[in-house]
Each structure stands twice: as structure tokens, then as C-alpha cells.
Design a protein around this ligand. Structure first.
Ligand code: PMP
Length: 443
């Protein structure tokens, strides 16, 4: 790259293209190597040319950062603050057992056959009732049940985006969203969201590029934990209405508030009908349920249902039936009260330990809800390098670059998830992080 005067980003992108075609593998902190078939399987690669048979990605490169992280060896007593996952010890197993065993809850065999692509009717109605508490007016007809909100993102992309369309996302943002938009061939415009919402930049994008979609996580943002204040929400909707912009509001965390309740969602404040609302039970219950939902205009849901038919006909009935039991019995409300109390303690424990052990080295703000503390290295320490050092100390996190459309943006930032572990391991995690930072200072 140096020899031919190619920029570092171009070289990284070229490696990513090769990696996505399976021609090379990247090992974090080591380098990029030509992929070899495992011993004894060399013949397979010669008999069927799998790589050449595969369709190209519509738009390259897609980030491989998360896959790379999974390859770092954190075996043996390591504390992972990386995945955005609730604590399995808090999964409502007893409530589930009661839901399944309850005497009046015998499942109707009819419910085990095929159901409507949009989802199990009783659950769609219960979701509409549940989100009425968040000020969102809807009926079951406006709700589609999806296999996690990740599938909702995919279906919305399928229904609305074609190659060359523009999508605006916050920067940083949830990696699973910007990758799904990129995979549909859309071009991504990013809005920096540190501090005030950049309205003039957004307006500039709206006028110049006429984007199809704005994707936002207004409440306890992933990865920054930011909460969009109510006045910003109203201003955003006014601007969106003027430009007839579709706003995709992703809201997995709003029930996980640790101080006062968050402001009303964009969907609740929407009076021009342009907000599509997306949420999930992955964060408030457990991710293996694979159940999320989209609330949108029936015309959009209808098109999404056509796309969903191609991939799974409808989401899993048992998960939907179980959720109905939990929602009818108020079990979700009880569970939320429990986890809010617990996660608040964990947030405070991690924030305190970070200040105590890493004080000078890191900047962060304590989030008012959600799962994440977003840190910035005060010294010129790259988070990828810190992750390597941390692997040796037995703690992990997600480096900031994973959340940006244009790495190496975010190279000095990283995300810590504070809900997966109890207070003691969180404090130990902060201590290990401090040791990793000290280790880098010495080198
Ligand atoms: N959106 C956001 C903002 C998320 O943080 C996540 C999970 N990390 C998802 C969507 C996907 O969630 P699900 O498990 O429902 O697919």
C-alpha cells in the first residue's frame, strides 16, 4: 500500500473484500493470511468451486470486527463485557415454567399449525396493548411479529431499499443495522451523535441526497447510552415531516430505565405517520426467545410479510404463545421491576470501579438506562490494542470501530456492557482493564 501510494483505508477495504470471499483470514493483532482448507479436506475445494459459485455482496466491504472479536481467546475465568446480553442468572425461568404449566393455559393444537405471516393474533393484540403504555396508539393490525428485531431490520431493508438508495444512521450506531442496510446495496450517510443532534447536517443530507430512511436509537442508544431529550425528538419529527422522511425508531431498551422514565418515543409523538417502530423481547427477557416486533403502516407490513414468507413463513409459534402467557399474567412487568433494580446497581458499580481504577485514563458518561457504558481513551491508546492487552488480563469489550460506518473512526472508543455480570465481577473487570491500560503505558 505504501509503495503504490494507496490509502490505509483502501488497503483495509481490499483485505475485507478478500476475507468476505473466504480467500483470506484475519487474525487480530497478527495479520491477514491466505485461507487454507483444513487438512484432509483440500480435495473439496477443487471439486466444487464454492467461492466462485457464491453471489457477490451488493456492497462491500462489510465489517468483520465482531467476528474477529469472537476469535480472540478469552478462555478460563475471563469476564466478557462485550456482548449486549442480559444475565442468564436473571432469565425468568420460574415465570416461564409457570407459564407453561399453568392449569388454564393448555395450548390449543390449532396454534401449533401454520399461523399468519404477520404473527400470532393474540400476541399482536397484546403487543399493541403493551405499547399503549408507552403512548403508542395501535391495534394488532399495525403489529408484525419478527424473529428478533434483527429480522425486522432485514425486512424493512428488503421492503424499502434498493442499491443506490441512501440511508442516514447515527454515528456510531448498532452494527447489525448499518450492515443490513449496506447489504441491501444502500449507501450510508452518518450523523455524528456525540453532543447535540446535528440537525443542520441532517437537513443538508435530506436536501442533497433524498434518503429513503433515517435509522435512530433515541432511547439509551447502542453503543453510546445516549438519551435523546424530548425537545430534540419533537424537532426531529418536525424536520422529518417537512421532508416526508421515514424514521425507523429502534427501541429495545426504553423499559430498562434506572432513574426516571424516558421521554415519549418518536412513534408516540409522531403525528405525520412517518415513524416505523421496532422493538424486541431480547433485552427485557432473553435473546433466545428470538421475538421482536415492528409497528408500521399496514401497507409496509403487507410488503414485509411477502418478504418474510420467503424466509420463514412466520415466526416460531411456541415462543409467541409463551410470550402471551407472560404478558397476560403481568409476569413481564414483575420481571422488569426486578431487572431494573439489579441493573441500576450494576451500572453504578461499574461506573464507580472505572472511576476508581481507570480514572485518568478514560472518559465516559453514566447512562440513565440500557446496557452500555461508552468509554473513550484519554491517552493515544487504540482500543484494538487495548483489547489484545485485555485478553491477557482476562476481560473483553467491543472496540469502538465496530460501531462506525467508516473505521478507523472510533478507534479510541469502546463499549462495555454492564448487565451480564453481577457487581463483583464488574469491579474485577474494571481492575483488569486498568491493568491492561497500565501494561500498554509501560510498553
Ligand atoms: N437493535 C439494537 C439497537 C440492538 O442493540 C439489538 C441487539 N443488540 C438489536 C436491534 C437486535 O436484537 P434482536 O435480538 O431482537 O435481534
Amino acid at each position: 500500500a505504501v509503495l503504490f501510494g494507496v490509502s490505509r483505508t483502501t488497503a483495509i477495504n481490499a483485505y475485507r473484500c478478500l476475507e468476505q470471499q473466504g480467500l483470506v483470514v484475519t487474525r487480530v493483532g497478527s495479520g491477514t493470511y491466505v485461507e487454507e482448507l483444513p487438512a484432509g479436506r483440500e480435495e473439496e475445494g477443487r471439486s466444487v468451486p464454492w467461492i466462485q459459485l457464491m453471489t457477490p455482496f451488493p456492497q462491500l466491504p462489510l465489517s468483520t470486527v465482531l467476528r474477529e472479536i469472537l476469535e480472540v481467546d478469552f478462555s478460563g475465568g475471563s469476564i466478557s463485557l462485550a456482548a449486549g446480553m442480559p444475565d442468564p442468572a436473571l432469565y425468568p425461568v420460574e415465570l416461564l415454567r409457570q407459564g407453561i404449566a399453568g392449569s388454564n393455559n393448555g395450548i390449543n393444537p390449532v396454534d401449533l399449525g401454520h399461523i399468519s405471516t404477520e404473527g400470532y393474533g393474540p400476541l399482536r393484540n397484546l403487543v399493541a396493548r403493551m405499547i399503549a403504555d408507552r403512548g403508542i396508539e395501535s391495534t394488532g393490525e399495525d403489529v408484525m411479529i419478527t424473529a428478533g428485531s434483527q429480522q425486522g431490520l432485514y425486512l424493512i431493508g428488503k421492503a424499502l431499499l434498493e442499491p443506490g438508495d441512501y440511508v442516514v444512521v447515527e454515528s456510531p450506531t448498532f452494527i447489525g443495522a448499518h450492515q443490513v442496510f449496506s447489504a441491501s446495496g444502500a449507501r450510508i450517510l452518518s450523523l455524528p451523535v456525540a453532543g447535540q443532534f446535528p440537525f443542520s447536517l441532517l437537513e443538508d443530507y435530506l436536501v442533497r441526497y433524498r434518503p429513503k430512511l433515517l435509522y435512530v436509537i433515541p432511547t439509551y442508544h447502542n453503543p453510546t447510552g445516549r438519551l435523546m431529550p424530548e425537545n430534540e425528538r419533537r424537532d426531529l419529527l418536525k424536520l422529518a415531516a417537512r421532508h416526508r422522511l421515514v424514521v425507523l425508531e429502534d427501541d429495545p431498551y426504553s423499559e430498562l430505565y434506572y432513574d426516571e422514565k424516558p421521554p415519549a418515543s418518536l412513534k408516540a409523538l409522531d403525528d405525520y405517520g412517518g415513524v416505523v417502530y421496532l422493538s424486541t423481547y431480547s433485552k427485557v427477557l432473553f435473546p433466545g426467545l428470538r421475538t421482536g416486533y415492528v409497528v408500521a403502516h399496514p401497507a409496509l407490513l403487507n410488503r414485509m410479510a411477502h418478504e418474510k414468507q420467503f424466509i420463514d413463513l412466520h415466526s416460531n409459534n411456541l415462543a409467541q404463545w409463551l410470550l402471551c402467557r407472560l404478558l397476560e399474567s403481568d409476569a413481564l412487568r414483575e420481571h422488569l421491576a426486578l431487572v431494573r433494580g439489579e441493573y441500576k446497581k450494576r451500572r453504578d458499580a461499574l461506573a464507580k470501579a472505572l472511576r476508581r481504577y481507570c480514572g485518568e485514563e478514560l472518559s465516559f458518561e453514566t447512562p440513565r438506562g440500557g446496557f452500555y457504558i461508552w468509554c473513550r481513551n484519554n491517552r493515544p491508546v487504540l482500543s484494538g490494542r487495548l483489547l489484545q492487552q485485555s485478553a491477557g488480563e482476562g476481560v473483553s469489550f467491543v472496540p469502538g470501530e465496530a460501531f462506525y460506518v467508516h473505521p478507523p473512526e472510533g478507534e479510541k472508543e469502546f463499549r462495555l456492557c454492564f448487565v451480564t455480570h453481577a457487581e463483583k465481577p464488574l469491579q474485577e473487570g474494571a481492575r483488569r482493564l486498568a491493568r491492561a491500560l497500565a501494561g500498554i503505558r509501560r510498553t
